[in-house]
Design a protein around this ligand. Structure first.
Ligand code: MF3
Ligand code: CO
Length: 275
């Protein structure tokens, strides 16, 4: 059953989504080599609680941490660890909050130091594909239009692997509501999008094979071939003419640009190779 939100409820959900954006901005500010992902997780939990919210992942189906921090070939649901990040690592940080009873749930992938051109391109293309999907998040379209747009940009155009086992989802008073939002599928298929629906759209894109497996910890999802995977997630309300993005990458990107330890493709191009 798909739960339609009123404009007032969507404004509350925007506050929840923006608290996640704010948290990810803190992450973008402090990330550097030598940091342990468990330190980040503790910081995330404290930041969320300091803002009168609850980290929603903690204890969700028994999940034991505040956030999911997925490094390199970990696709999603990575456990924060007492292990230092090193230059060249890519890190997806996924944060969920409950604020005033409403969920926010979004994610961003950072490069710590230079992971190389190929990986930076995977990051760019995955982020682009999220926006291609969001362009289709308008009333009258179907869920398959979002899915097709993401798959087209990543798999067809760039030959990357689109993860099949995990999908985006409706969001509201629960973290996972109907409908499912796959990152692959046929144009014009699936349920019809209506104003008042809120979706977490979250492409999980692998450099190599689309195939993944879950570790014996029952959470950590990794690529079969050990190649890197990238994850971006936005919370989006279906609009009349366009998707209304409730979360916000602008402050995260600003902090990312300012942080000398974080690489993006543009910055990477500015770096002179050591001869
Ligand atoms: N963004 C993830 C999702 O939408 C977060 C869930 S992780 C869990 O499924 F730990 F809470 F399960
Ligand atoms: Co999600």
């Amino acid at each position: 059953m798909i739960i339609i939100k009123t404009p007032e409820q969507i404004e509350l959900m925007r506050q929840s989504a923006l608290l996640v954006s704010k948290t990810l901005t803190e992450v973008a500010t402090v990330l550097k080599p030598g940091m342990m992902t468990l330190e980040l997780d503790i910081m995330i939990g404290n930041f969320v609680r300091d803002h009168k919210a609850v980290p929603s992942f903690l204890n969700y189906n028994g999940y034991p941490f505040n956030s999911c921090i997925s490094v390199n070939d970990v696709v999603v649901h990575g456990f924060p660890k007492k292990k230092e990040l090193i230059e060249g690592d890519i890190v997806s940080v996924d944060v969920g909050v409950i604020l005033n009873g409403w969920h926010g749930d979004h994610a961003y992938t950072f490069a710590i130091g230079d992971p190389g051109e190929e990986v930076l391109k995977l990051i760019d293309v995955t982020k682009e594909s999220l926006y291609k999907g969001i362009e289709k998040a308008v009333a009258g379209n179907r869920i398959g239009d979002i899915a097709f747009a993401i798959q087209e940009h990543t798999e067809k155009k760039h030959g990357y692997g689109v993860v099949r086992e995990l999908v985006g989802h409706g969001l509201g008073r629960s973290m996972h509501e109907d409908p499912q939002v796959p990152n692959y599928g046929k144009r014009g298929s699936g349920i019809k999008l209506k104003e008042g629906m809120v979706l977490a759209i979250e492409p999980m894109i692998n450099m190599g094979t689309k195939d993944v497996f879950t570790e014996s910890d029952r959470w950590t999802v990794r690529t079969r071939d050990g190649k890197p995977s990238v994850h971006f997630e936005h919370d989006v309300a279906i609009g009349k003419d366009r998707g209304d993005i409730l979360s916000d990458y602008a402050p995260i990107e600003k902090a990312e640009q300012k942080n000398p330890h974080l690489f993006t493709s543009k910055k990477a191009n500015l770096v002179q190779p050591l001869s």
